[in-house]
Write a protein that binds this ligand. Structure first.
Ligand code: 8YV
Length: 339
């Protein structure tokens, strides 16, 4: 009697950071999984070492996937980011090498918009500043001008980057807070998307000049680096607030800290920073800025949904599961079409 054939060898994948254990278990049904429950941040050399023999990687914004790494790992077929942004990945280099890249859009839109709105409100109404004052034991009496800030309702909301999250913030402002919405985006929204929000496309300078509360939601790229620097801040109203939930590097943090220090704008809300998790020391010194550690998408259901979507992408991108070959959210679908 002949021996039964050996089981087909399973593909190996790397889960680069700690993630919900049940998501790792889901991946184990399809792959040999090298995971990172201790949540060590892998250096470039460690990431390269751990990618040896791996067909796919479940990545986060912390892992840089560049051409040199791809060249060292020609067996790599899929990079599945647990994030909607993918500026940590050289997508063109992946596409050139037939590597599928996926992200996690849609599932985080409303959660991230909630957080952007909360940061904007906190900056406008000086919530964090007031809280710090109270905790320091400095609250001794009421006074008519204690922590007076700017109104949000009825004010002009300026949105830079009118994609899914930008539109979700615009809905909150227009429908919940009677805000006038102006926006700047490379492409104008169709009239049927603008109309229910009363949203008006304006050029960038008009956006900066007219917004009472400016929210940044543009993806990071070489072109969007320092989109907001000293010159742009100089155009803003001295009573305006600036909120950045997009990416560090879109704002020149040193220029922003100076503008806040000199009260050239009233306040800011920042969830993302140049060189995070380091924060420019000057930002830590100014009171009129609310600082949060890149948590805009951090609600339990949304982080679960992001992890499940990234896992589903990895499974499908590597030809497994019911959607084999059709990952739900590819960034470079042309790679799939060419397979
Ligand atoms: C992630 C984000 O938490 O989705 C994004 O682009 O910035 C956040 O939601 C972060 O990038 C972790 O990967």
């Amino acid at each position: 009697m002949s021996e039964p054939p050996p089981p087909p060898s399973r593909l190996a994948v790397l889960v680069a950071r700690a993630v919900f254990p049940e998501v790792v278990e889901r991946l184990r049904k399809h792959f040999e999984v090298d995971d990172n429950p201790a949540d060590t941040i892998l250096s470039a050399a460690e990431l390269s070492e751990r990618l040896r023999g791996k067909a796919g990687v479940f990545s986060t914004g912390s892992e840089r996937i560049d051409a040199a790494l791809l060249d060292a790992h020609p067996q790599l077929r899929a990079v599945c980011n647990m994030a909607v942004g993918y500026n940590n990945i050289d997508v063109a280099a992946c596409t050139a090498r037939g590597v599928v890249v996926t992200n996690t859009p849609d599932v985080l839109t409303e959660t991230t918009a909630d957080f952007g709105f909360a940061l904007m409100m906190s900056a406008a109404r000086r919530i964090a500043e007031g809280e710090h004052f109270l905790r320091r034991g400095e609250w001794k009496r009421w006074s008519y001008d204690m922590f007076v800030g700017a109104d949000v309702h009825g004010a002009t909301l300026g949105i830079l980057g009118m994609g899914r999250i930008g539109q979700a913030i615009a809905r909150r402002g227009a429908l919940g807070f009677a805000m006038k919405v102006i926006y700047h985006n490379r492409s104008r929204l169709p009239a049927e998307a603008e109309a229910p929000l009363g949203a008006r496309w304006v050029d960038k300078a008009t956006l900066l000049r007219e917004a009472d509360h400016l929210v940044l939601v543009v993806p990071y790229s070489a072109e969007s680096h320092h989109t907001i620097g000293a010159a742009e801040l100089a155009l803003m109203k001295p009573t305006a607030t600036l909120t950045n939930i997009a990416r560090g590097g879109i704002v020149d943090d040193a220029a922003l800290a100076a503008a806040l220090h000199e009260r050239r704008i009233a306040a800011a809300g920042l969830d993302v920073f140049e060189g995070e998790p380091s924060v420019h020391p000057a930002l830590l010194e100014v009171p009129n800025v609310v600082l949060t550690p890149h948590i805009a998408s951090a609600s339990v259901p949304t982080r679960r949904a992001m992890a499940e979507l990234a896992a589903g992408n990895l499974i499908a991108a590597l030809g497994c599961g019911p959607q084999a070959g059709r990952p739900p959210s590819p960034v470079n679908p042309e790679v799939l079409r060419a397979r």
